[in-house]
Design a protein around this ligand. Structure first.
Ligand code: PHE
Length: 447
């Protein structure tokens, strides 16, 4: 009822328009771009995979990104109440709650990996990282001990502190400094990587498509990654959208965010593949590529300690600006739901998220044997959040915008051809593809 929606507390803070774009790029650009994208590209078909990823960003990612931001700005609430006030129905909100849980779950283990990158940055700078040339056991010894808990805590303290400072005084300022900083570091590292011996072989692998390597599996991985990389399905873009000024164009914002995400992924690839090829490192080594293989390259290049430091600081910054956006989801929830002030909400959500993540931080060591169904605690959080909650969240956004919310076009600023194209993608293309990834990753469809 109308009365119900007017009782919902709205979120009063606002981003400036450039502040919003930078914060949203900060959310999108993260470990997904710098850590996951290179190794899945290496594994699932190099340049052909990259092209597929671009297609997924354009035809599925951008329409959903626009829809999420429109829902947030239209509803001016959290990932639950925005759905409720736009549809005047409780049921959509109940699904929205899954994305609040999902953001929390992702952050709990994302902060662990972010913590590894901070540790690696410091170890590279001091030279400790290069004390032994067996980088695999260096990593396994570190990740297998208790130290990751400390770095996870550091990550959560920084994240909680930035969020506690608010939208303009915290999140916006943090991203305004770090996102341009990230671009500078990326350019330095890219120039370094492209001038290494044999760099061309890495560039060729990354940018010369060989379509025979593509499989249905690569397509689904590309699609899932487009979701993760644009921070979709977890209520983050929706929550950030709630702080956007009325007059800002969300269509242009989606293009800027999608373009930014793609550009950072492209440059990350132009750093990692030339470096790997130049030092004879196999690019398809999987998740260990960055922590267990690349240090060998830094050990061997002149000024490698410094370049290694820059590389891991790059990862840490990318991860922190994403972590901040993830924490904002439960913080916005707590502020509207229980009327908590921002500081209190940021404090409690960070502490709880830290505690939930501690077993993830210990999953490669003390808790490695606790692995029901062959997955550690870390793997379970990753699996459930990235492969179950995230697609459900994405599906919710497409169905809600495509079928339930009649005034979506107005909020998104689309009409005529673009509106029709957007609706076609949201109503038919995106839901079918999301359902396909879902069944594939939970193992019902097997290739
Ligand atoms: N987009 C971030 C990355 O690429 C991860 C993320 C996912 C952040 C979902 C927020 C929500 O690393």
């Amino acid at each position: 009822t109308v009365q119900h929606s007017s009782n919902v507390k709205t979120l009063p803070e606002r981003f400036t328009s450039s502040g919003f774009i930078l914060a949203a790029i900060g959310s999108a650009v993260g470990l997904g771009n710098m850590w996951k994208f290179p190794y899945i590209t290496g594994k699932y078909g190099g340049a052909a995979f990259f092209l597929l990823f671009i297609g997924c960003l354009l035809f599925v990612g951008l329409p959903i990104l626009l829809a999420e931001m429109a829902i947030g700005r239209g509803g001016r609430g959290n990932a639950v109440t925005s759905f409720q006030s736009l549809s005047k129905s409780k049921y959509w909100g109940a699904f929205g709650f899954l994305s609040v849980v999902g953001a929390f779950a992702i952050l709990s283990f994302y902060a662990v990996v972010a913590g590894w990158t901070i540790h690696y940055a410091i170890e590279s700078l001091t030279g400790g990282l290069y004390a032994s040339s067996d980088f695999k056991s260096t990593f396994l010894t570190f990740a297998g001990g208790y130290l990751p808990v400390l770095w996870q805590a550091v990550t959560m303290v920084i994240t909680g502190w930035v969020v506690a400072k608010g939208i303009s005084g915290g999140i916006e300022k943090f991203n305004k400094v770090l996102i341009p900083g990230l671009a500078i570091i990326l350019i330095i590292l890219m120039v370094r990587a492209l001038t290494l011996d044999n760099a061309a072989a890495g560039v060729e692998f990354f940018l010369k498509p060989d379509f025979s390597k593509l499989t249905a599996e690569s397509a689904l991985i590309a699609l899932g990654h487009a979701f993760f990389s644009l921070s979709l399905g977890m209520g983050t873009m929706l929550t950030y959208g709630a702080y956007v000024e009325r007059q800002q164009s969300l269509g242009k914002a989606s293009l800027a965010i999608g373009g930014g995400d793609l550009l950072y992924a492209l440059v990350a690839g132009l750093i990692i593949f030339p470096t790997a090829f130049s030092f004879g490192i196999e690019p398809s080594q999987g998740a260990g590529l960055v922590f267990m293989a690349l240090p060998a390259a830094f050990a061997a290049m002149p000024l490698g300690q410094f370049f290694g430091f820059l590389f891991f600081i790059l990862l840490a910054i990318a991860a922190l600006t994403s972590a901040v956006s993830l924490l904002e989801v439960p913080v916005a929830y707590a502020m509207t739901k229980w009327n908590w002030n921002r500081k209190k909400a940021a404090f409690y959500t960070s502490v709880i998220c830290f505690l939930i993540g501690v077993p993830s931080a210990l999953s490669m060591g003390p808790l490695a044997d606790f692995a029901p169904g062959g997955k550690t605690y870390f793997d379970w959080f990753d699996f459930v959040a990235s492969n179950i909650l995230l697609p459900i969240g994405g599906l919710l956004v497409t169905l809600f915008t495509g079928y339930a919310w009649k005034r979506a076009g107005e909020e998104a600023g689309l009409s005529g051809f673009w509106y029709n194209a957007w609706m076609f993608l949201l109503r038919y293309v995106a839901p079918l593809l999301v359902i396909a990834i879902f069944f594939y990753t939970v193992g019902i469809i097997k290739f």
